[in-house]
Design a protein around this ligand. Structure first.
Ligand SMILES: *Cc1c(COP(=O)(O)O)cnc(C)c1O
Length: 360
């Protein structure tokens, strides 16, 4: 067996302990004589898996009782439509556009009502988070939308926007469970799990109960109505059972590690190793305004496209894979999610130092 250090933005690295447990249970999940993939989603064994997953997530994030946890399909992108379909009572929403994912959500919402871009950082290739302390929030807005961690550009909101009393909706796909959050500040927190939690194919939606209603936009499909899934405990139809099972194991792994306070400490430590090197390097430089730097996604460049390509190729040969930047940005990006060990970041920095010396 030979594992690499996988810096992919998503699907991404999973904890080895979790992968081993899944492998051990593959032929016979706890005496059922079958794997979780082969199991009815209506079985007692699966009900226990989904119940425990929800309970552990609630413990980890301290989710208040007036919030529902939904395990849905369609990925994060499906929420770009589902959110306006369910929340746009006045058909007005305000979006803060800090990257490609926020922009896609903003564009999709335009199909359903009047959508205002109340702030953007597109003028400087999304390399910073705009000041959101006093934005022109629309009096009629049904919600204010952000993408809290910008996977492609490597920025993160260190402070939530002042929504002036409006419901905050946040896409946390790439920072989910990376540090503690105060769930009560949000109406909806959601994220695709394939970045920082589990396998691809599922989105977790944490939604305040008063936002779950039958009063949705006309024509909203049953499957895209939050109430359908909330009423059925995420078992209205067959869910992504295997994904829920693996995510549940990752929740237990996080709890055993000490929870989100401890994860934050570890993530800060890991990110510092890389950012400190980028700040002193003569060859590599980070592309983000330092105060807005993400702990999860770290983009960097040499300034020379050919050298960037050479770096990605040689790093890959050295077992440091998926370091190529997003196709819209170029350069490099190291995604250092919860499951990336500190040793992986140290190996990357050691390789960068060597590359810098060889290419001075
Ligand atoms: C990856 C990503 C998405 C898209 O996720 P899908 O599950 O592929 O739809 C949306 N938002 C953010 C912040 C992401 O990182």
């Amino acid at each position: 067996m030979s594992r690499v250090y996988n810096f992919s933005a998503g699907p991404a690295v999973l904890p080895e302990e979790v992968l081993k447990e899944v492998a051990d249970e593959m032929m016979d999940y706890r005496g059922t004589g079958m794997s979780v993939m082969e199991m009815s989603h209506r079985s007692a064994a699966f009900q226990e898996i989904i119940d425990e997953a929800e309970k552990d997530l609630r413990d980890l994030m301290n989710i208040p009782d007036n919030y529902k946890v939904l395990f849905l399909q369609g990925g994060a992108s499906q929420q770009f439509a589902m959110i306006p379909m369910n929340l746009m009572k006045n058909k007005v929403a305000d979006y803060i556009v800090t990257g490609q994912w926020a922009k896609k959500a903003y564009q999709e919402a335009q199909k359903y009502g009047k959508v205002n871009k109340i702030a953007s950082s597109e003028d400087k290739t999304f390399s910073y988070i705009p000041d959101c302390s006093d934005l022109p929030v629309s009096p009629e807005a049904d919600y204010v939308y952000i993408c809290e961690n910008n996977t492609i550009y490597g920025t993160k909101f260190k402070e939530l926007p002042n929504t002036k009393g409006k419901t905050l909706v946040a896409d946390v796909s790439s920072c989910f469970l990376s540090e503690p959050v105060d769930v009560s500040k949000y109406g909806i927190i959601y994220g695709g799990v394939q970045k920082n939690i589990g396998p691809a194919g599922m989105v977790i939606v944490i939604i305040r109960e008063d936002l779950i209603t039958e009063d949705v936009l006309p024509g909203t499909p049953t499957m895209l109505t939050y109430k359908t899934h909330a009423d059925a405990g995420s078992l209205y139809n067959t869910p992504n059972a295997f994904c829920i099972y693996v995510c549940g194991k990752v929740f237990k792994w996080l709890k055993a590690m000490g929870g989100l306070e401890e994860m934050k400490k570890r993530n800060e430590e890991k990110a510092k190793i890389l950012y400190d090197f980028l700040d002193e390097s003569k060859l590599f430089k980070g592309t983000v305004v330092p105060k807005d730097r993400s702990l999860m996604n770290v983009p960097f460049v040499t300034g020379d496209k050919e050298l960037d390509a050479k770096f990605v190729k040689e790093a890959s040969a050295a077992g440091l894979v998926n370091l190529k930047g997003h196709r819209t940005v170029g350069g490099m990006r190291a995604s250092i999610y919860n499951a990336m060990p500190k040793a992986g970041v140290e190996a990357l920095v050691a390789f960068m130092k060597k590359f810098e010396e060889e290419n001075a």
